[in-house]
Write a new protein. Sequence first.
Length: 297
Amino acid sequence: MDARVDGYVKHPSGGVRVSVSKGDGSKFQMSGSLLVGADGIHSAVRAQMYPNQAPIHWGGAIMWRGTVKAKPLRTESSFIGLGTDKHRMVIYPISAPDENGLSLINWIAEVTVDSSEGWQQEGWFREVQLKEFAHHFDDFVYDWLNVPEMLQAADCAYENPMIDRDPVTSWVDGPVALMGDAAHAMYPTGSNGASQSIIDARIIGAKLLEHGIGSEALVAYNAELCEPVSQLVLRNRGAGPFGLLNLVAERCGGIFDDIDEVISPSERRDFMAKYKQAAGFAKDSLNSAPSTIQHKY
Ligand SMILES: Cc1cc2nc3c(=O)[nH]c(=O)nc-3n(C[C@H](O)[C@H](O)[C@H](O)COP(=O)(O)OP(=O)(O)OC[C@H]3O[C@@H](n4cnc5c(N)ncnc54)[C@H](O)[C@@H]3O)c2cc1C
């Protein structure tokens, strides 16, 4: 639409007026009952709601991401995490194998560096050359996977520092609400930024059906999600599900013949169950929960 929200004014009698700029420099205003700011980590709506908010937070982790055509590993749909939360590779297929048995594989290479000087690059996203980062993974060579070779075959590589924002105490200002990254930009440690945004939209929809189109619905949305999701943002600054890899590194330096002797199956299961429960990914409770919005046929 080539248009950006610049800000909003709450009507004293209810509703909200929104100022919008178009790419050609023209500006216009629109009025409505509600404004939902889904404008991402650099949200203009959030900046107005919290003019003194802290700058974007970077804790030292840098991710390099790309894709490669390769044979999918293990079960052909396995999600593979290697290393520790400070120095790791994550690898998983994003297409079914083709007639030659090759899938498009997504890979993420990550290291954590000293962040005391702050992020020194211009911007938060750029294409990079392999030689800028591949050396961190020269030792990731196994009889079932050769990471340096996999990286050499990659189509492209992009660099993203892992960033989020400090949580805020409320996502709602009268008839205005934040959702998605505007509300809770988080480290993608548990692969849950976009999925949480979808849950936000479903809950807002359910609350609008329950309370009607007005601030009351936004208050109910905020009451249900703001605090637990803010806790998730902080929890994702830790190791998340990769804490399991840290345990393996601590106990045996990552070298073992039988993983069950390092971490028993029940300890592994319990560890993952706790993370999934906290992040809302627990399969059984998800499957047994009623639909957020009941379908009406
Ligand atoms: C490297 C990386 C890996 C990730 N991996 C995962 C993952 O595996 N799983 C997962 O669930 N999530 C992941 N995420 C997080 C996920 O990408 C985000 O949580 C998700 O995109 C948030 O969606 P959103 O719609 O809130 O914001 P965005 O996707 O940022 O969309 C915001 C939109 O608002 C528009 N906009 C911006 N400013 C304005 C304005 N002033 N007015 C109007 N429009 C505006 C933008 O153009 C954009 O279209 C990852 C993120 C990164 C950076």
